[in-house]
Design a protein around this ligand. Sequence first.
Ligand SMILES: Cc1cc2nc3c(=O)[nH]c(=O)nc-3n(C[C@H](O)[C@H](O)[C@H](O)COP(=O)(O)O)c2cc1C
Length: 330
Amino acid sequence: MKDLTTKYIGLTLANPVIAASSGLTASVESIQTLEKNGAAAVVLKSIFEEEILLEVNQQLEEAKKNPIIYSGLSETLDYIDLHIREDSLNDYLNLIRDAKNAVSIPVIASINCVSFEDWTYFTKKIEEADADALELNLFMNPADFQNKEFEKTYFRIIEKVLATVEIPVAIKISKYFTRMGLSVKALSESGVSGIVMFNRFYTPDIDLDTISLSNGKLFTTAEDLPETLRWIAIMSNKVNCDLAASTGIHSGDDVIKMLLAGASATQVASTLYKNGPGQITRILNRVEKWMDEKGFDSIDQFRGKVSGEYSDNPASFERMQFMKHFSEIR
Ligand SMILES: Cc1cc2nc3c(=O)[nH]c(=O)nc-3n(C[C@H](O)[C@H](O)[C@H](O)COP(=O)(O)O)c2cc1C
């Protein structure tokens, strides 16, 4: 029996496989199934900042049509606003409470956010509902031509949330930064306990029959792995917090690679949709088998073993590899 435990954002996990935020972590039944199959923790389906605001606005419009409940006075408006907002968010808080009662693995709440405005008060309620930690999916899309404060927004959100809660806070970031290495390093020094690399934006395709935009792939494939692996390996020695690898992790081999690159934990979603929750058990069996073959008893014995190759100067290391690798091809 191998020791698969790992520490991530102050939580002791039984193994390094976390069920990533998705539709599979949106109900208590599904979370129980994930636990039974070996998930070390779950990140709940995100609550979306816009979703909340949209609901509030729609219901306010309805309320305004009713003169009995909407008097036109601003205090009434404030009351209705707050009341509706709290009502619509109760479902999420109940999910946290119910999941905490139903499983013994850590339950990490998730908020998908794009601004540092009105929503941050809700993080306190998440903490009070007994979530073990909070993951902020910082969803600033680089296709945004309006937000000129792109990177500053990250830090302002973090500052506001850290001032509100005491539970560990991880951020899930995209791979779109002007200077990825420096940005991730700075974010790791902002007080967050962990960084999840990476989140995934909507990917479009083009339909050649209708000659219009269509939906791209919802799920990742193994081809999405190398970019995650590269950045985990580059950053794991340079950050001031834990790293969780996400995007493109589909097998036990992928999990082992992320640990060798220095990740504290991994998050999986697509492979669970494609192969069912039993995939977690298969991943863990493979990790144990590999550890056995290589003579490792615990994850700590090999975590980050390969990231050292990147430690001094990642750019010159990669340039050297590029020159060696590509010059051989005629
Ligand atoms: C159907 C589906 C729903 C998802 N919903 C969320 C979500 O609510 N919040 C979030 O942070 N990530 C969400 N994700 C992204 C996953 O958490 C994960 O970061 C991404 O799928 C990459 O990991 P993978 O390669 O294991 O799929 C979702 C992914 C899928 C496939």
